[in-house]
Design a protein around this ligand. Structure first.
Ligand code: GLA
Length: 650
């Protein structure tokens, strides 16, 4: 009897335990304000899967269920005393994949970081002092290996204990880190300052200008054969003779006017600055359709990104037939009676599609493989290279991504043998060069046989240096920071490609990269002179992403006509300094913090081989920092960066 009474008493106590005076159960806060990249919701008093919170064999009726990558900001107003909880990965999560690191920050500093936790582990008791803390942040990160899958991160009995009464408002939406000031209403001409074209081929260039509308663009000194359509701001025509043409662009609106030189080089080299645009893979992958492509092109034209210089709209894999797939929209005759490749039912009219893209002043890209099948198993160019190059040109494409994939199934060889690796790219490169169309040639073979050393010889304009990128810090930072040493092979027309961008809304959700990680991504890709091919859904661009991708001073680093790639200047602990020589004699310098804690990051003029005091400008904030005598030091958050431009103060 005594035992039964005690049990009943304990049961009655359970839910009340978290609600003592001055205590707030975290599960009672507005959890919809949490940032959660996985698509799995944060839940009150249940695990993210909707089942009871189960840790180390024990059910916890109170607490918070989350999923990596999770971040909840709580305003404690400096009046909280302690945060207590028992954290762990839900017992029902898959043991093979699930792993979580729990982290607690107070006013930007680490208060606690758990070891990597897995399902079945005993819950880790947490008791953190919050004295004086204004903002408490609860984070759940993916532990090592296994990706994000099944990372059901539980915060059982999560409670904040206050000194006296708890404040009325607690949970806050995370403020996004928008660094760049709004685009000014006065005109600014953006995008490349030099464009390559082959004489006699069709030319298309939309003059990217930001500023209040209506806005008028005029062009002085256009070579014979080219003309500007003033209503659309698009230059079209044909440069008849080889040569260098310096054209003067002017943009005028009610607030003022801007001028800029544009150099058109009619010769043999395309992509004189890294291609900027969008590619369908990181957004639609195998599901892409013509309507998706049109919507993306229209969005690029209307959301402002076209006016920052983004120009290519590239279709990746899955535009061509794959008859063995269960999806009937992928079906159709692979080639016509003459052997010319067909598109699948999702892309009924390729010339119509490219015409719509061109009408917006944008350019169109397509994808194929030198093997019989693309990576996704669609028909591709093996033994039809000439016909396919002709078909792509006839259809009106301006860019080809040529992806190795099944080539080794029909021609065997050693991946590190240059002659073997070069062969199929040489074949397609030759055919592309003979088309009466400028087709930028993008090699995709993941860096085999040191492609950067010979990509140029096969006519490549860009070459992937690595395997596919994923939207995690691990993937992006490993790829980005491993590019050091490839500098000698980069020049106008020849660019290393560390893969497409994974900022913004990718694969149907917000990227797993934090705001700081996204600044690192765009800064690094700009310093590396990498193609800026956006992977995000352009119909779903939030203010942060637009601000991130549309900073013209950062894009200027990427598009600098000198065409150098940044090199790594220094590694100190978990910090790195990279620098890129710019055409005006200045240096673009990236200071990066790869570590988990905020730290000061420094560079000296000495290590950058600069003499005397230097003027420093913060490019993300578009602010002058002033003249610095010997170097520059700044505080950088975890995985963040500061991008500066350093020029002589004389
Ligand atoms: C490879 C490439 C990706 C993408 C897919 C398409 O994995 O590296 O960029 O093109 O193929 O199947």
């Amino acid at each position: 009897m005594k035992i039964i009474v005690l049990r009943l008493f304990a049961l009655l106590l359970l839910p009340i335990a978290a609600l003592q005076a001055g205590e707030i159960a975290v599960s009672s806060l507005d959890l919809s304000l949490a940032a959660n990249s996985s698509g799995w919701p944060a839940r009150a008093n249940l695990s993210t899967s909707g089942k009871p919170i189960l840790l180390g064999g024990k059910v916890f009726p109170n607490g918070l269920g989350s999923h990596t990558k999770f971040r909840l900001l709580i305003d404690c107003h400096g009046t909280a005393k302690r945060f207590t909880a028992k954290v762990g990965v839900d017992d029902v999560a898959n043991k093979q994949y699930a792993s979580v690191i729990f982290r607690i920050e107070g006013d930007g500093k680490k208060l606690l970081m758990s070891p990597v936790m897995r399902p079945g582990d005993d819950p880790l008791p947490v008791d953190v002092d919050l004295t004086g803390i204004k903002q408490l942040v609860l984070l759940a990160w993916n532990g090592e290996g296994g990706g994000q899958a099944d990372d059901h991160a539980n915060w059982a009995d999560a409670t904040i204990i206050f000194d006296g009464k708890a404040p009325a408002t607690l949970a806050s939406a995370e403020p996004r880190k928008i660094l760049t000031p709004p685009t000014p209403p006065t005109p600014r001409i953006n995008g490349p300052v030099v464009i390559g074209t082959r004489p006699g081929n069709p030319f298309l260039f939309y003059v990217p200008v930001t500023g209040e509308r209506p806005l008028k663009v005029t062009v002085g000194g256009l070579p014979k054969g080219l003309s500007l359509d003033e209503s659309s701001g698009i230059i079209t025509g044909t440069t008849l003779a080889a040569g260098t043409y310096d054209v003067k662009l002017t943009a005028t609106n009610a607030r003022g006017s801007a001028t800029r030189e544009l150099r058109i080089v009619a010769g043999d080299t395309l992509a004189l600055t890294p291609p900027m645009g969008w590619n369908s893979w990181n957004c639609f992958a195998s599901k892409v359709t013509r309507d998706d492509i049109l919507r993306q092109a229209n969005s690029m034209a209307t959301n402002g990104l076209r006016d920052h210089g983004y120009a290519y709209i590239n279709i990746d894999d899955f535009w061509m037939p794959k008859n063995e797939d269960i999806d009937p929209t992928l079906h159709g005759p692979e080639r016509d009676a003459n052997g010319r490749i067909n598109s699948n039912a999702r892309f009924p009219d390729m010339p119509g599609l490219t015409a719509s893209i061109h009408k917006l002043g944008l350019k169109a890209g397509i994808y194929s493989s030198p093997g019989p099948k693309t990576c996704g198993g669609c028909i591709s160019s093996w033994r039809h290279e000439k016909q396919d190059a002709e078909r792509f040109a006839e259809w009106g494409f301006d860019y080809l991504k040529y992806d190795w994939c099944s080539y080794n199934q029909v021609v065997s060889g050693n991946y590190e043998d240059k002659a073997y690796a070069k062969k199929p790219y040489m074949v397609m490169g030759e055919h592309l060069r003979h088309q009466k169309r400028d087709i930028v040639y993008s090699l995709c073979q993941y860096g085999m046989a040191k492609v950067w050393e010979w990509g140029d010889e096969v006519g490549g304009n860009t070459w992937r240096t690595t395997h596919d990128i994923g939207d995690s810090w691990d993937s992006m930072s490993k790829i980005g920071f491993s590019q050091a040493g490839h500098e000698p092979f980069v020049k106008p027309g020849c660019w290393n490609d560390p893969d497409m961008m994974i900022a913004g809304w990718v694969w149907g959700r917000f990227t797993n990269l934090s705001d700081d990680e996204q600044y690192t991504h765009v800064s690094l890709w700009s310093l590396l002179s990498a193609p800026l091919l956006l992977g995000c859904d352009l119909t779903h661009v939030d203010d942060f992403t637009l601000n991130l991708l549309g900073n013209d001073e950062v894009i200027e680093v990427n598009q600098d006509p000198l065409g150098r790639m940044a090199g790594r200047i220094a590694t100190r602990g978990e910090t790195q300094v990279w620098a890129k020589a710019m055409s005006d004699g200045s240096l673009a310098v990236g200071l990066f913090n790869l570590g988990d804690e905020a730290v000061p990051v420094s560079t000296t003029w000495n290590e950058l081989k600069l003499k005397g005091p230097q003027r420093v400008r913060d490019l993300w904030r578009q602010q002058d920092i002033g003249v610095q005598e010997d170097g520059f030091t700044t505080h950088i958050p975890r995985h963040g960066c500061v991008l500066i431009r350093v020029s002589s103060s004389k």
